[in-house]
Design a binder for this molecule. Structure first.
Ligand SMILES: Nc1nc2c(ncn2[C@@H]2O[C@H](COP(=O)(O)OP(=O)(O)OP(=O)(O)O)[C@@H](O)[C@H]2O)c(=O)[nH]1
Ligand SMILES: [Mg+2]
Length: 394
């Protein structure tokens, strides 16, 4: 592909494309895609949106629009085009041919960010697995790193094996190897978890949409320094710390986890199942929401759907509406603690600010109450259900 020319600030520059197909979550400002692009290290040269009743089978957009994009890419000196929607392998290939530059979609961008971000051995393996699975569905121009990895020699099949079959086989073998290594790590994790269970710990996981403020909240609760940043997917590895709850007279373990995003690539959810296992087996989920984001209700729905996918939807949940300090005054809550109807269930909700600490005492009180309820065997009102949250009203 073409050399990466660079934008004035030295970053490769991209044109973002969004096609309004009439579904409810079309983002006309392409805001999230822009944030994803920035997080991945691109400068956004231009945003283009258009409306269609259905995607064009060959190019996703119409041929007139594609030509417009080509001219725009020329005039802005862009190096790459990113689509907000998923492209089929054929659409991607046709567009690349027509535009003469790499064309990618949101899924690949998310995979790219995960690949850049993964730090732990397990995180890297999980991303690698998700990438391989993505690659195996769209053969096969991006296989060079696999060839390097396997050394090439000895990999050749019998005569007549085509390049594509060879690629497919290499990817298949890499997937198998990666899976085996992950299984080993999963066993180690299970051992660690059993050790914790023996110690009768109460475990709490912070979950939520990416950038909601999970790490910031984690830091203010346990006075740790997990990486928090105005980027998507700042956190990829689960971090666990002990949190002392004075009111309960004991410690609990609190985990900060990877953020969710709408239409999280399926392979990634599967690949991160081991990391997200913490959430599945937690005693309580703190579902952190960026209450200042106008799209926060949709984000909640996306998180609930991922929780269902990883089998964590039965774990008791508390909604933590964060960023109270920057909430639009017009939508400011009347009480800091209330109950929200969520898919037919009443879920306790607390408004907090991880930045200025508002609402954190109420949150600690609620956590202590939950722990005590679980620790009190034979109490007819305990545990789990909804221990009266009136008790923690400020
Ligand atoms: N104003 C305000 N900003 C906040 C608050 N909490 C977090 N932020 C900001 O929101 C951004 C995201 O915070 P993080 O704690 O990294 O969010 P996260 O949910 O861990 O994000 P990922 O790890 O990327 O999924 C950062 O720029 C924080 O400074 C808050 O209470 N008020
Ligand atoms: Mg984080």
């Amino acid at each position: 592909m073409s050399e990466h020319a660079t934008s004035p600030v030295g970053l490769p520059s991209v044109i973002l494309i969004g096609v309004d197909l009439g579904d409810d979550h079309f983002d006309s400002a392409l805001e999230e895609l822009g944030l994803l692009a920035q997080t991945a290290g691109y400068a956004v040269a231009e945003r283009v949106t258009c409306k269609r009743r259905a995607p064009d089978p060959a190019l996703f957009v119409g041929s007139g629009k594609a030509e417009e994009i080509r001219l725009l890419a020329q005039s802005t000196g862009a190096n790459e085009v990113l689509f907000d929607q998923s492209l089929s392998p054929a659409q991607q290939r046709n567009l690349e041919r027509l535009l003469g530059m790499p064309v990618n979609d949101r899924t690949l961008l998310i995979l790219e960010i995960f690949a850049q971000r993964a730090r732990s051995h397990e995180g890297k393996l999980q991303v690698e697995l998700a990438r391989l699975q993505y690659l195996s569905t769209r053969l096969v121009r991006r296989w060079s790193h696999l060839e390097r990895q396997s050394g090439g020699i000895g990999m050749r099949g019998g005569p007549g094996e085509t390049q594509i079959e060879l690629d497919r086989r290499m990817i298949g073998e890499s997937i198998k190897r990666t899976k085996e290594r992950l299984v080993k790590l999963k066993k180690q994790r299970a051992t660690q978890r059993r050790r914790r269970e023996r110690q009768d710990s109460f475990t709490i996981s912070l979950v939520g949409y990416t950038n909601a403020g999970k790490s910031s909240l984690f830091n203010s609760l346990v006075k740790a320094r997990a990486y928090a940043a105005d980027q998507l997917f700042a956190t990829l590895d689960t971090t666990t710390r002990q949190l002392y709850l004075g009111d309960a007279g004991r410690t609990v373990s609190l985990s900060d986890t990877v953020g969710f995003i709408r239409d999280l690539p399926h392979g990634l959810v599967a690949a991160f199942a081991a990391t997200l296992q913490e959430a599945t087996e937690a005693d309580l989920l703190l579902h952190v929401v960026d209450a200042s984001n106008p799209a926060c209700l949709e984000q909640i729905a996306s998180v609930l759907s991922v929780l269902r996918e990883i089998g964590a939807d039965q774990v008791p949940q508390v909604l933590i509406f964060n960023k109270l300090d920057v909430m639009d005054p017009a939508t400011a809550p009347r009480a800091l603690v209330d109950v929200m109807e969520l898919e037919g269930q009443s879920v306790p909700r607390l408004f907090v600010s991880a930045h200025d600490g508002t609402g954190l005492p109420a949150l600690r009180a609620l956590l202590a109450e939950r722990v005590l309820a679980r620790d009190a065997p034979g109490d007819p009102d305990a545990p789990g259900e909804s221990p009266g949250i009136e008790d923690v009203l400020p």
